[in-house]
Design a protein around this ligand. Structure first.
Ligand code: C2E
Ligand code: MG
Ligand code: MG
Length: 400
């Protein structure tokens, strides 16, 4: 029930208003002078205050000023009751912060109308404030959550919970391992092995990917160096590069520094990028790619066919390898739509002097298809999933 406080020194008028409003279902309180009205306002916190202007001692203006200066009552809707429609009286009241005025004598409809329009405005204001508060709380909650995620990722790196696994890339014609893709894993002490699909998006959003990606790059390059020194005929190690990493202004010098520190030939490193990177700011992307190419690093385009529909970019960017996304390879057989797409991609890539790797090869018939259409390399569970370095080395030793 909404509470209305009526401050009016004229007893007849006051009681009339009170009776009227009570009949309309409001909870009413009356005050016969300004000071009484003020203390009733402080103790009751009404939803609307109706207040006469002309009263002995503390008049309506004084009541209004006192209410507005107290935080508890500063926003309570205040309606002046004026004796006559004196413009100066009304203006002064509105300037002091009144919300509305009623000129005596007023009808019941005018009185109830003024009160309900104040109540509606107040409710709308309250809702707006609530929404404002809850949306800023949501923003804060999201920022806090992101900060927590970043801290837990940083801690995991410090505690050496990340590992780099290696998935063989196999020459389709010879069946021999030619390269390896480095894929990061999180070995969580409680949750076990966590897939990068779960934590890479968080790492990207928090910016932690820059740190993590550099660690993966360094680890993979060191491992490649070890395998090359051991005499394994591995041509390249491929490392995934996220959008944040790609947009680092000093990317190529960081890569150059890591290669130099480890003493690995740039030609032994391939960086995998996704198509979506090429869409924004093409000129800058081409310049960055060119810097990497100038170092001697190879570039491959990952998940090809899933991100960007225009093919014109293929001729503008200095790529070396195109990786056909596994969604095109799955259940591929002559005659199906994917077969037409894959055949076309292989042919187009070769005519652009690009190598082609098929991702996600799981069955012998998929491999046979790729062999028939002269795909260069393949990667997938048919040959091996991504493995810890020791297990990958075992595959190399078996000379698979
Ligand atoms: P991606 O680079 O396209 O990696 C290929 C994903 O396909 C890997 O998943 C791999 O384990 C999986 N895969 C390989 N062969 C098969 C197969 O025959 N069948 C199926 N169903 N899947 C296969 P993974 O390791 O979970 O990585 C997922 C994605 O996470 C990667 O996709 C890559 O985008 C990202 N990622 C992984 N490691 C890194 C990293 O070090 N840095 C960055 N920036 N991203 C990474
Ligand atoms: Mg990849
Ligand atoms: Mg891929």
């Amino acid at each position: 029930m909404k509470k209305i406080l009526v401050i009016e020194d004229d007893r007849v008028i006051r009681e009339n208003i009170l009776k009227l409003l009570q009949a309309e279902g409001f909870e009413v309180t009356g005050a016969s002078n300004g000071s009484q009205g003020l203390s009733a306002a402080m103790s009751n916190l009404p939803d609307v205050i109706l207040c006469d202007v002309m009263m002995p001692e503390l008049d309506g203006y004084g009541v209004l000023v006192a209410l507005r200066s107290n935080p508890a009552t500063a926003t309570v809707p205040f309606v002046f009751l004026t004796g006559k429609a004196e413009r100066s009286e009304v203006r002064q009241g509105m300037e002091l912060g009144a919300d509305d005025y009623l000129t005596k004598p007023f009808s019941k409809a005018e009185l109830v109308g003024a009160i309900s329009s104040r109540l509606k405005k107040q409710a709308a204001l309250a809702e707006q404030q609530y929404n404002l508060r809850s949306s800023s709380e949501l923003v804060q909650d999201a920022a806090d959550k992101l900060e927590q995620i970043k801290t837990s990722l940083c801690d995991a790196l410090e505690r050496e919970e990340f590992q780099v696994y290696y998935q063989p890339q196999v020459n389709v014609q010879s069946g021999k391992i030619v390269s390896a893709e480095a894929l990061v894993r999180w070995l969580h002490p409680e949750k076990g092995l966590i897939s990068p699909a779960e934590f890479i998006p968080d790492a990207e959003e928090t910016g932690f990917i820059v740190q993590l990606g550099e660690w993966v790059l360094r680890t993979a390059c060191k491992q490649m160096q070890v395998w090359q020194n051991a005499g394994f005929p591995l041509q390249q190690v491929a490392v995934n590069l996220s959008p944040r990493q790609f947009h680092q202004p000093d990317l190529s010098s960081r890569v150059a520094q890591i290669l130099a520190e480890i003493g690995l030939e740039a030609s032994s490193l391939e960086l995998e990028l996704t198509e979506s990177l090429m869409v924004q700011d093409a000129d800058r992307a081409i310049a960055t790619l060119q810097q990497l190419k100038d170092l001697g690093v190879s570039i491959s385009i990952d998940d090809f066919g899933t991100g960007y529909s225009s093919l014109s970019y293929l001729t503008q960017y200095p790529f070396d390898t195109l990786k056909i996304d596994r969604c095109f390879i799955s259940n591929i057989t002559d005659g199906c739509t994917n077969a037409a797409i894959v055949k076309a991609i292989i042919e187009m890539a070769h005519s652009l002097c690009l190598e082609v790797i098929a991702e996600g090869v799981e069955t012998e018939s998929e491999r046979d298809f790729l062999w028939r259409y002269e795909c260069d390399a393949m990667q997938g569970y048919l040959f091996s999933p991504a493995l810890p370095a020791v297990d990958f080395e075992q595959l190399l030793m078996e000379g698979k």
